[in-house]
Ligand binder design. Sequence first.
Ligand code: AMP
Length: 548
Amino acid sequence: MALMGQMMAMPLLISSLIQHAARHSGETEIVSKRCEGDLHRYTWRDAERRSRQVAQALGRLGLSPGDRVATLAWNGYRHLELYYGSSGSGLVCHTINPRLFPEQIIWISQDANDKVLCFDLGFLPLVEKLSAQLPGIQHYVLMSDRAHMPAASSIPNLLCYEELVEAEDGHYCWPEFDENTASSICYTSGTTGHPKGAVYSHRSSVLHAYGSALPDAMDCSSKDVILPVVPMFHVNAWGLPYSSAIVGAKLVFPGPHLDGKSLYELFETEGVTFSAGVPTVWLGLLTYVKSNGLKFSSFKRTVIGGSACPPAMLASLMDDFGVEVIHAWGMTELSPLGTLSKLTSKQLALPVEQQRRILEKQGKVIFGIDMAVINDEGQALPWDAQSSGNLVVRGHWVISSYFGEQRSPLVAVDGQPGWFPTGDVATIDADGFMQITDRSKDVIKSGGEWISSIDLENIAMAHPAVHEAAAIACAHPKWDERPLLVVVKKPDAQVTREELLAFFEGRIAKWQIPDDVAFVAEIPHTATGKIQKLKLREQFKSYRLPSA
Ligand code: AMP
């Protein structure tokens, strides 16, 4: 019989992260630019105490373990307290992307069965518009103080966050429970059909925090001042609220102030050393810094991911500003980090030009994630930097199924089941560096946010002059991708580009409206009648959008 290990089976719980930070980095600051406009400062010790008060307050609202606490909020200390106060007490933190169209927010909130909705001051008008269609929400909490509460509001049971917190004494012990308990849920519209929920566990979140802080990953330490530009509603700000707690780093939250000037000022006044975000935000920051002849005095390195990092951006940050760029790939389904590109000791000896080609790749897996590229028959392809195939992954922080779905999304590799198909197409080189070459999933990613091509096509097809429509991603220098609508008109029907684009207004979020319309005689189809998106993308490869 096997000899069993005799080590303690202490569950990996999210509450242990903030307890650790409070005990060992208690004095370290958390600075937040508030929605109210001012700067708020306190410490990890304060954050832990207030998270306990949040846990008490949520309990007093009558929530039971497993209930979902939704947030519509920017990066800030109150959002952090909700992360820990909800998950830490056995509730499930559901961060909703406020940039989605109201109908999508309603659908997602109902699907998740949210019981409480906590939101920032700036989202008051949005929540007032939505609340009548969210019958499942029992309590609405405005994340501000009494002074900022509206005199009157159509929202039923509107509660004040600060009042709820201050009413509690903080005498609360973080409960211990199974580490496989759900901790948070994030929705992704990165696939076809309705958005899908990825439910993370305490175990997966703690392991992700451990793994992502490693030197060859994000390399976080107590000496860092970390400013997550990536929103806390985008896959938990790539885990930074957790990994910062593990290492005891200072955290700086920009709130809704994400323009180049505001970010630069915060970077400088708070001594930010490390940041993370999608390429589009760096474009704004770099434009501001360059056009004002500025330099960074403390900023050392940044993770760029969510979309491919343009080589010119990587070069500019590294050469003009001495900021190390760590190109990363991840997905909501991985909570999110999978690979990061950091040179190995062998590669440090290579000429700079060769190093750049490596750093431009999406990189190597963090321990805890396995990857493979496979052909359409499920056979693993060689790691030769040439063989391009469907990227599949498995690991401690990869979902095994979507929330509420019976059907397993997993596939087999060489007959071995249990791999998650990412919908990305990639190569892997002999050193294990993965490079995304295409995407088999039918979506458009603009500035790090998804646009469903199906939604766009459905709207276009509702126009009386449209016979057939296909929405495809078109390369864009600022947003990486923007939607182009390819349309076949009905015989004898008349419609202009402007009329078609105007038809989208009010039917979808403004930023999701296609940038342009291309009228064609025919759209290519497969033998089974499906639109051949890959072929269409190829056809429009050199198409230049008017906005580009
Ligand atoms: P999300 O679930 O919104 O985080 O989106 C995940 C998807 O974004 C991936 O499956 C890729 O298609 C894309 N993506 C993420 N990071 C990168 C990257 N560094 N380069 C290219 N595509 C990326």
